[in-house]
Design a binder for this molecule. Sequence first.
Ligand SMILES: Cc1cc2nc3c(=O)[nH]c(=O)nc-3n(C[C@H](O)[C@H](O)[C@H](O)COP(=O)(O)O)c2cc1C
Length: 331
Amino acid sequence: MKYVLAPLADFTNAAFRKLCHRWGADLTCTEMVSAAALAHGAAATRQLLETLPGEGPVACQIFGANPDELAFAAREIDNLKRFVAIDLNAGCPMPRIVHGGAGAALINDPQLVYGCLAAIRRETDLPVTLKTRPGPSPDRVKLFELLAAAESAGCAGMTLHGRFTSQMHGGAVNYDLIAALVQRASFPVTGNGGVYDKASAQLMRQTGVSAIMIGRAALANPWLFGDLKSEEDVPYGELRVSRQNDVFKEHVANLIDLHGQIARNLPDVRIQELGDYLATALRTHLFRYFNGRPGAAELRRKMGSLKTFAAMQAAIAPLLEAGSRNGEVLV
Ligand SMILES: Cc1cc2nc3c(=O)[nH]c(=O)nc-3n(C[C@H](O)[C@H](O)[C@H](O)COP(=O)(O)O)c2cc1C
């Protein structure tokens, strides 16, 4: 079974993808990149296309509903020679995306999905895939029309997040529809939704999918990919301090590399000063690596009010220290 890091806006940049690759992810994905922004030359969007040396195979996900813009974006992405596939987002339920007719709005229009995928396919020899949901709501299953669109456009695969748009990112995952898609599809299907440990991965595996995509559970546990592949049982709740410390330090080092690379490669992009860049990442993401450890809840409360990276480092230092002093498992 292959394990894939899901695209997660504001999280799955090259620094985090490299970390997930090192901890077992077979494939990772950029966050969704606006085809319109690429087509209109928005400099800031280009930083989303940066990859780091050694980060492993990465798919690039784009969103949009205009075939010409998507074709332009596909050409640009293909030219970079950094990515192993181009994925079209037909599942994001956020208002700013669906109001433009993209993301989950595409689910209502399989003919347009076909047009978008065909336009992308014409511009690249990279495998083109579709990430979508079963339908807008349980009474409106669009899955098999979307499958027909993806197959006729010559897609190489499809990822199904087994929740309807009406569910956003919560609630039950519909494994029956994932299994039905696997049965009918002529290409490999990746299953997504609610996988966070071996038991939930097993439920997904039973659908017959070729790969399992993991989103939110990887944010605090990037080692989950490797654990799921391992015969050894490492329950999700077993917090390994040494791993948390390693991952924290590795993530900071990757962010420093990525920041330097963006500054060098994209001089037109206005990027935060390094300290602020790291502080933002710590506040939004890296504090999660201490979940469940003594002092973690307090750290989380404090994070919002600590303004500088130096102040954050000072707050985190005792946790790193305590972890290495007390041995492997604290809780
Ligand atoms: C913060 C956040 C950002 C997301 N960004 C994207 C995105 O850029 N593209 C996409 O296709 N899905 C996006 N998703 C959906 C995830 O890729 C995934 O389908 C969803 O979280 C279900 O998987 P999970 O239950 O393993 O988290 C996002 C979800 C979250 C919570």
